[in-house]
Write a protein that binds this ligand. Sequence first.
Ligand code: HSE
Length: 433
Amino acid sequence: MMRTRPLKVALLGCGVVGSEVARIMTTHADDLEARIGAPVELTGVAVRRPSKVREGIDPALITTDATALVKRGDIDVVVEVIGGIEPARTLITTAFEHGASVVSANKALLAEDGATLYAAAERHGRDLYFEAAVAGAIPLIRPLRESLAGDKVNRVLGIVNGTTNFILDRMDTAGSGYSEALDEATALGYAEADPTADVEGFDAAAKAAILAGIAFHTRVRLDDVHREGITEVTSADLASAKRMGCTVKLLAICERAADGRSVTARVHPAMIPLSHPLASVREAYNAVFVEAEAAGQLMFYGPGAGGSPTASAVLGDLVAVCRNKLNEATGPGESAYTQLPVSPMGEVVTRYHISLDVADKPGVLAQVATVFAEHGVSIDTVRQKGRQDGGGEAALVVVTHRAPDAALSGTVEALRKLDTVRGVASIMRVEGE
Ligand code: HSE
């Protein structure tokens, strides 16, 4: 039997995502009602600038008092799309205290202090859903939390930032330099006026923390994620990658250690072979590769940002949370029972591509090789090309076998001290093989 009392929804934030959520709630109201089993009613919309014209939203719903809205006591679901740590955290915990479940797109808050949100949700018997926090429209949180709940995920490897993927794609395919590609990303609206969060890898690191925590049933915070951005990536790196049959991507990599006793989470640019499915992820698209013991390799692909795609993920959560509410049930809460520690970057084992400028004279190659050997780093391939300018210098590219990151750092430090090594032009990890 159809329930008639509408489920009341409060929307915190009415920007690019919030306005799309409101629009879809209105235009798809009948479908949403049929799918949920009760109508959903937009009861209030908290905004910072009330005078702004918001098409399709009843002005009577607009308020600047988000706290009063979440404290009303009759709200079934609070949708938080304001972002940032505060006031979002306080608003969300207050919403739980006053009986609402929460749908959030707030990756920064979940990565920084997800534990507080989960605890508040559990204390009050409410839902916390956040599909939109990672990779926009791509279903990823629910597959990890629910579909793969019976499996054992060992690795999550993904492109979770569209802006940086667009920049690296332009550098690869159009031969643009970093600044030129960033300018293009800005002009097209992918990069924000201050692109730091994207290009320095903060956005991707927050997503990596969320993914690692869910995938490995442990707690991973933003501070646990090793982070390097793309600002140092050069056209020469892309050209070098091409010569190796690779391209460069900013990857978020979450791994369970081989002995199963710890996990790692990191974000950095890396070379991946062109044959890897992530290599073909172009422009601002996102894709996440999940490796699970029984399922094998899965790939999730799609638009990772933008109003409509992100609103799609929010609406999916809204439907799920409303259904739970009608059934007087809750969905999955925090699953952190493994309590696996997060190992530092030095313990990550991977391959490396190192470009050196060296003196072009007898014995230099042997000297360089000795430094690698002394640090226990095994060389896979070496390519040397003497410069044609008669300066007595050569470009030396070394690709290693798998080695701990600490051993590679030690190697590079020692190489820099050699008189014959004029400079370390670039160091890049090689992944996906
Ligand atoms: N700025 C992000 C990106 C989207 O470029 O993918 C929001 O997380």
